[in-house]
Design a protein around this ligand. Sequence first.
Ligand code: NAD
Ligand code: ZN
Length: 357
Amino acid sequence: MNPIKLSFPGKKVDVPIYIGENVFDKIQSLVHLKDYSSILIMVDENVAHHWSDRINKIIGDDMPILIIASGEKNKSLATVEKIWMVLSQKQFDRKSLIINIGGGMVCDMGAFAASTYMRGVDFIQVPTTLLAQADAAIGGKTGFNLNGLKNIIGTFSAPVAIISDTSFLSSLPTRELNSGFAEIIKHALIANEELFNGLLKKLPRSPKEIDKMLSLSTHIKCGIVKNDPYEKKERKKLNFGHTVGHAVEMVCQNSITPLLHGEAIAIGMIAEAKMSVLSGHFPKKKFKKLEALISKVGLPVTVNSKYKKAIAEKILLDKKNVKQQVKWVFLEDIGNVKVDVHLPASIVDKGLNYILK
Ligand SMILES: NC(=O)c1ccc[n+]([C@@H]2O[C@H](COP(=O)([O-])OP(=O)(O)OC[C@H]3O[C@@H](n4cnc5c(N)ncnc54)[C@H](O)[C@@H]3O)[C@@H](O)[C@H]2O)c1
Ligand SMILES: [Zn+2]
């Protein structure tokens, strides 16, 4: 099968991304597992619950499996240390391989552990959520949370391969699936109006439809990462919706109704698209289309007004800011964005007011 290729600076060989229903079953022929001295399989606990028999059958039940407790709170130094301990206790050497099977949490953290153990061993990403297949597993960012700050410790590191098997999505709760759609909408919004209109016309639900959508979305992300792997300019486009979205996500995380990442990003995209309209660039009609698509997926579009002050404060702490200046990603049209835009405080305020309920 023909993979999508993701290029990385300093890497002679592009990273192949295999997308498709049951593509994980071909892992033995896609990657030379026999070349490795030892292999550790890291699996998210919910994925293990649904799929451990299949994973054992395909990779072999004689390999060590480390089950990672799910949840963002476990994306921590303590878990990373546990992974390093297992690797050292089992005397894994430089020719070892780690296979990360799970959502963005396991992929990010497993990749971090692999990229630092013995100054870096090979790893494969097997993302099992739509969000990780569309976004988290692609692009080489690894990391974990510290001191309440998301992904504050991390590396850039390329996997040997990315295997996005959409059959894993059959056990994913609908809310998690919808959260993944937010990143795909973002990719369409910043680079491909045709994909955007296609989603609006019919939301993919069957594995075949999801495969096609995921391939288009992956091409967009790979194209951007290839041009700007270290986020100097173009890669910033991928932050659309994330300045407000991350603030909303952080502010709501300890509430009784915490939001999933994609849910917060959906709200963030509405706010930032509204700011683009208010600045007189993004056409109102297209903004309405974005609202319609986000609602069609079942993603939220508003946040409780009591959080407004806290959201505004968090925006000022965004790790993408330079000298406390917020750099916005700005929509000119569907498929066309500008980065590093300064927006007047009055427009930011109106954009935030729009998402309050
Ligand atoms: N590296 C990047 O560029 C990047 C980009 C976006 C997000 N992220 C990170 O990704 C994480 C969010 O990813 P996520 O949404 O995949 O979250 P997640 O990994 O926490 O998974 C979400 C939930 O789905 C469960 N799950 C996973 N696969 C399943 C399956 N097939 N069936 C049933 N349940 C399953 C998990 O146990 C968990 O409860 C965050 O930590 C975020 O920081 C990283
Ligand atoms: Zn995101």
